[in-house]
Design a protein around this ligand. Sequence first.
Ligand code: ASP
Length: 318
Amino acid sequence: MASRRTFLKKAGVGALGISSLSKASLNEVNKPIVLSTWRFGIEANAAAWKVLSSGGWALDAVEKGVRVVESDPKERSVGLGGRPDRDGHVTLDACIMDEDLNIGSVACLEHIENPISVARAVMEKTPHVMLVGDGALQFALSQGFKKTELLTPASEVEWKNWLKESLYIPKANIENHDTIGMIALDSSGRLSGACTTSGMAYKMHGRVGDSPIIGAGLYVDGEVGAATATGHGEEVIRIAGCHLVVELMRQGKSPQAACEEAVERVYKKQKERIKDIQVGFIALNKQGEYGAFCVQPGFNYAVHDQSGNKLIDSGSRI
Ligand code: ASP
């Protein structure tokens, strides 16, 4: 008969004892699973799912997934066809992160259709974690990325109309920005995330939002969970949003409760002008549990797991 000690060792419990077994090790983990922001997350998830459902790495899944939206000229807030800054430049921000805190990021990158893949090359092929502007472009070209005109006729017409008044007044739920943020847990239990955007339409040239900032627009901790953000980047950076969400999960909060608390920070600090602010978070933990929350109604996100690919309306603070 096995002694209690042998039994505990076999069960992987060691000195902790049965009462400290986490819920996760008793319950089945919901994997693989992928989540992404907004309605375009459905198509992006479908591409990521091809990787995840064949046992692939979450990092490959999130890169492949967000590339679909980057390359779609009809999506006017990400990659090709993204709205330009006030001077007519389409400048892109993106970052990627794996389960081991490996990170790569590009900001204010012009002329490259898939900035997420440049971010991955920064991660894998340079001693750095972030390249910006001309330096990022030079690096991309050196890696064989092609120079592309990102300003499509539709975005150019809209920008020229905007120039007549040239008023930069970002509003909540007015569709002149949005980001594809994607987080995934693969069948081996590895987490990764990717985040990519053309940022706020008609921003100042050189403006960088939260999306390429590790800890703001995206954060992944392979032991805990992952989070990504969308909305007014300045507000997300102010609270180091996605790092906050992951740290709250580390302290034991569910992904849903962690997103709600991060939104509460934005709400409390910006009460006076909250009607003009939108920030949304999505989060996923190591067990494949997920959640989302935003400041005001209008944000949705897509979830693909074994049960299918669906779009869900996020709960909101106001
Ligand atoms: N967070 C992005 C930015 O500030 C925009 C968005 O997701 O709506 O650049």
